[in-house]
Design a protein around this ligand. Structure first.
Ligand SMILES: Cc1cc2nc3c(=O)[nH]c(=O)nc-3n(C[C@H](O)[C@H](O)[C@H](O)COP(=O)(O)O)c2cc1C
Length: 339
């Protein structure tokens, strides 16, 4: 029954008939529609399960930051078969998206382009959404935190600390996002003057509230910058990395707008390169750090490849748009068939 619906939905993919931004807005509706059918499925959602610290991941494929910015669909992701959920990016105060066009989709290259800039209802509304599911939640919840665009970099640490203090009780892990290309000047927080003091403060707070801290990395850093980022964050006790955010690099004769970030298939190579570099640069310092890879992951084969490179877990965003909400089930089957 669910496979018949899955096949029909594959042929039709109604959200791809809508404009990219309307498709994005209607996503929660499509999720609700498919959840019931996914729940009837006898296909197990536990495969390649693992524990990290006290957290249990029933499978290694989660949703990446930005797909559920408010936490409104946590239950739906779980029912559809995700192994874990990342909520956010959430900002302290509510804020609108950047002006103008903020998302586009490129079917031929299986890519998304976005320039959203952390649209968020603010931390209070996100706490309410997550708390609605709090008792029943069975998925590890990662919370991706960002600063408001009006907060100057000199005071950025205040936004991140505020979010950690206010929101630790509704999440299992924090993800620090200073790698988005869509908030002016945000990536400067990786530079020497800001980065070490920021990591020191956030590292201390993560230990105080007893929530691991992951750093989301850009695929656009030079090897030298990456080495500095890893050394500094390791020294300040960061617990892991998400590799990577969207890229500002463009291929020659690029169909994508010049500003904003590109994700999906065209990000695969630089995301995997950054993953390899992070693992080799960390060397023995990797210890029990959690390494998550995102960037063009779409099939069970992709998951297998990223894990073979050393990733503990994987995340996806763009491929869900192209393959639909049954993607977690499809990946599980593909992964098992590729053994
Ligand atoms: C429309 C869109 C919005 C995004 N918003 C966020 C965000 O708010 N926070 C974040 O850390 N990453 C955000 N990302 C980046 C994704 O989390 C992910 O790192 C990136 O898209 C690579 O994965 P993918 O190739 O599977 O899409 C966004 C990506 C897209 C396409």
């Amino acid at each position: 029954m669910d496979r018949a619906f899955e096949n029909a939905l594959d042929l039709w993919k109604p959200w791809l008939w809508m404009s990219p931004s309307a498709g994005h807005d209607w996503l929660p509706f499509f999720l609700k529609l498919t959840v019931f059918l996914a729940e009837q499925s006898k296909q197990p959602n536990d495969w390649h399960s693992r524990k990290w610290r006290h957290l249990y991941f029933r499978n290694p494929v989660g949703i990446a930051g930005g797909l559920d910015k408010t936490g409104q669909s946590i239950d739906a992701w779980w029912s559809l078969g995700a192994g874990f959920v990342e909520v956010g990016t959430v900002t302290p105060l509510p804020q609108q998206p950047n002006p103008g066009k903020i998302i586009d989709r490129f079917k031929e290259t299986q890519a998304l382009w976005n320039k959203m800039g952390f649209p968020s209802p603010g931390y209070k509304a996100v706490c309410v959404e997550i708390e609605k599911n709090f008792e029943e939640r069975s998925t590890p919840i990662f919370l991706n935190i960002g600063k408001n665009r009006t907060t100057p970099n000199e005071r950025a640490h205040e936004d991140y600390l505020f979010l950690m203090k206010q929101m630790y009780s509704v999440c299992d892990v924090f993800v620090v996002n200073i790698s988005s290309p869509n908030t002016a000047g945000l990536r400067q927080l990786f530079t020497k003057d800001y980065f070490e003091p920021l990591m020191e403060k956030l590292g201390n707070e993560s230990r105080r509230v007893n929530r691991p801290l992951l750093l989301k990395i850009s695929p656009d850093e030079s090897n030298e910058q990456l080495e500095t980022i890893l050394t500094t964050s390791h020294n300040q006790g960061v617990d892991g990395y998400i590799i990577s955010n969207t890229t500002i690099q463009r291929p020659t004769a690029s169909p994508y707008p010049a500003d904003g970030g590109v994700s999906g298939k065209p990000l695969s190579i630089s995301s995997m390169e950054t993953l390899k570099n992070v693992i080799s640069m960390l060397g023995t310092h990797r210890n029990n750090k959690l390494i998550i890879n995102a960037g063009g992951i779409s099939t069970g084969e992709d998951v297998r490849e990223r894990m073979a490179l050393g990733a503990d877990l994987c995340q996806l965003y763009s491929s869900l748009i192209f393959r639909g909400p049954f993607i977690f089930k499809k990946i599980a089957r593909e992964y098992q068939n590729s053994i």
